[in-house]
Design a protein around this ligand. Structure first.
Ligand SMILES: O=C(O)C(O)[C@@H](O)[C@H](O)[C@H](O)COP(=O)(O)O
Length: 252
């Protein structure tokens, strides 16, 4: 397991701009090394704010967006195009503005898709998709994601893995339908911790005083069942990108 690295920014706006710059260079480097970069997006204000900053950055043109493979770490199980879907928000923030190859964009199924309101079937379908791109570099059936971004909830959830649930304990399946979530909407689809850990780099990005407790807990060695964000780490790097309010409880 990679030891977490912590970068503290003065505020949320700086964090979003700095993370956007980091994402652009990470994609450029991955394309240089491996032709195609694979990136896992997240929902939430911080994750979407980073995508907005990528859109606003002139450096975004350093990326060949047609060679970026895009996945999601979790999705709110809502109808296609719903403004609360992580996919919809990512498209509005960035994807509609750059030359993405539509065949390389892999959203999780909406609740009015092929599987109707069966989130478990939609999750199994996403697991099958990930398995078709599985990479020998990981020991699980998912791609070797170059970078996987995550947000952190006030009670320590990450992706849609909430504390003390069967989903955060999942060790076999790569993708799960998540039910009865405390954060709306109640039904979601999420990568599990084993799938998240297949990523080369995992970035946990969060801001604000309300996140100080889970951040301190996760970095202080909490069990992932209690603080799911504590269980998210990358094969090569685990990076916590925080503002000073969220980092308030982290010991230097
Ligand atoms: O779809 C979602 O809701 C998420 O992916 C979720 O895990 C989110 O990233 C955190 O709840 C943080 O959200 P904020 O950045 O808005 O606090």
């Amino acid at each position: 397991m990679t030891a977490p690295q912590v970068v503290v920014h003065s505020g949320g706006d700086v964090l979003a701009a700095a993370a956007a710059a980091r994402l652009i260079t990470t994609i450029v480097d991955a394309q240089h090394a491996r032709e195609i970069a694979s990136v896992v997006l997240t929902g939430g204000r911080t994750g979407i704010g980073v995508l907005e900053q990528v859109r606003l950055s002139p450096a975004r043109d350093a990326v060949d967006w047609s060679r970026v493979e895009l996945y999601w770490g979790d999705e709110r199980f809502l109808p296609d195009g719903d403004p609360e879907r992580n996919e919809t928000q990512a498209r509005t923030a960035l994807l509609d503005h750059v030359g993405i190859d539509p065949s390389r964009v892999h959203p999780m199924m909406p609740s009015d898709g092929k599987f109707g309101d069966d989130a478990d079937a939609a999750a199994a379908h996403y697991a099958e998709l990930l398995a078709t791109e599985a990479d020998a570099a990981t020991d699980v059936p998912v791609p070797a994601f170059d970078v996987l971004m995550l947000g952190v909830g006030e009670e320590g959830h990450t992706a849609s893995l909430f504390p003390d649930t069967p989903y955060v304990r999942e060790s076999e399946r790569m993708v799960v339908g998540v039910h009865d979530c405390p954060k709306p909407p109640p039904t979601r689809i999420s990568l599990t911790l084993p799938a998240i850990r297949a990523a080369r780099e995992v970035w946990l990005m969060t801001t604000g005083a309300a996140k100080a407790e889970p951040v301190a807990g996760a970095l202080g060695g909490a069990d992932a069942v209690d603080i799911p964000a504590a269980g998210a780490h990358g094969r090569a790097r685990t990076l916590w990108l925080l503002d000073s309010a969220a980092a308030a409880g982290v010991s230097a």
